[in-house]
Ligand binder design. Structure first.
Ligand code: HSE
Length: 366
């Protein structure tokens, strides 16, 4: 496989190293902003050199963000090149369009590294869909927030220091707002739900509440109650469509979730026949993520279908049915309330709009 590689950041440089060790892949050209003296392969600062090169059969996009990734990826698909990307923001925002382009042009689009870092999560969902009916996907889908929450819980360290450390270690997005506000987990959830359920739900419809407002006092209060806080993304099929949200959830300190530490993810599916299956491992970081990118390239070489699934039924997100107990902290103190997901997120939005202190976390059912 002759690859045009876009990007040489944390994941791009790790992929470059892995692809050069693999005897089935060759980095034919690397797109960079400025030529890198330490890189041996041919480099260009002009994407046209890659998209117009007939020898390149696959474009690996690891620059992230919407633009110019969108222009590069669509041009590659239209030029009849396979695309492998780890860009959840792009695939989530342009889901129907990108898959249709891959189908129309008879090429493959793969994004396994877009959810779960090094865990072959999306691949595993796709593998199960012809055999069973997946009814729920759920879990810790963001390494940065899990790293921050674990460190705050275990070492009593500060939110801001841990965020800086997650950035230094290469777990966080270029703009970590996407991590701490839950948008990154939401994109992974939408991709997971779309592939698992054969649907197309819109990112904007999924309510999302992150961890940027959490304090050391919240963590201490959870500890006194024997609870540990995790940022959880959850989606399930309902009679009305799909119920989905991203929010902090409190788990018993003795349970499995409480022991997922650092940048690890723990993601589960629930299916009618196989029941619950869980996948755990490195959810962020250069080499784990790059290994999923390389595995996608090798899957394409084996002659896979254009996308993981063929169905993309548009469905709306409906959260009225899910009612649960929430820990709520405002300037007046803390309390516990029974709320639907819709009510809880509306409450959070009110406090946010009024720029008043607020944190909430759902309490997991035992
Ligand atoms: N920023 C992401 C995370 C990277 O922390 O999970 C992996 O997708």
């Amino acid at each position: 496989m002759k690859i045009g590689l876009l990007g040489f950041g944390t994941v791009g440089s790790a992929f470059y190293a892995l692809a050069r060790e693999c005897d089935q892949t060759e980095i034919a050209r690397l797109l960079v902003l400025e030529k890198l003296p330490q890189v041996a392969c041919e480099q260009t600062t002009d994407y046209a050199d890659i998209v117009n090169d007939p020898a390149i059969d696959t474009v690996v996009e690891l620059i992230g963000g919407l633009h110019p990734a969108y222009e590069f990826v669509t041009a590659a698909l239209k030029a009849g090149k396979n695309v492998v990307t780890a860009n959840k923001q792009l695939v989530c925002a342009c889901y129907d369009e990108l898959i249709a382009l891959a189908e129309q042009n008879g090429v493959a689009l793969r994004c396994t590294a877009a959810a779960g870092g090094g865990i072959p999560w999306l691949h595993s969902l796709a593998r199960l869909t012809p055999c069973d009916r997946i009814t729920a996907v759920s879990g810790i889908m963001n390494g940065t927030t899990n790293y921050i929450l674990s460190a705050m819980t275990d070492q009593g360290t500060d939110y801001a220091d841990n965020l800086r450390e997650a950035q230094r270690l290469g777990y966080a997005e270029a703009d970590p707002t996407a991590d701490v506000e839950g948008y990154d987990a939401r994109r992974k959830l939408v991709l997971s739900a779309n592939i698992a359920f054969g649907v197309s739900i819109r990112e904007e419809e999924v309510p999302c509440f992150g961890i940027s407002g959490i304090t050391a006092q919240d963590i201490a209060a959870f500890k006194r109650l024997g609870l540990v806080c995790k940022l959880i993304a959850h989606a399930e099929l309902t009679v009305k469509g799909v119920a989905a949200c991203v929010e902090p959830v409190l788990f018993p300190v003795s349970g499995q979730m409480a022991h997922v530490n650092g940048p690890d993810n723990l993601i589960s599916l629930k299916a009618q026949r196989v029941g619950v299956q869980s996948f755990a491992g490195a959810g962020a970081g250069g080499f784990p993520t790059a290994s999923n990118v390389l595995a996608d390239c090798l899957e394409i070489m084996d002659g896979c279908a254009p996308f993981y699934v063929r169905e993309r039924k548009p469905l709306s997100v409906q959260n009225d049915g899910l009612r649960q107990r929430y820990y709520v902290r405002t300037a007046d103190g803390t309390d516990s309330r029974l709320l639907t997901v819709r009510e809880a997120h509306a409450l959070a939005a009110t406090y946010k709009n009024n720029q008043q202190p607020f944190f909430m976390a759902a309490v997991a059912e035992e």
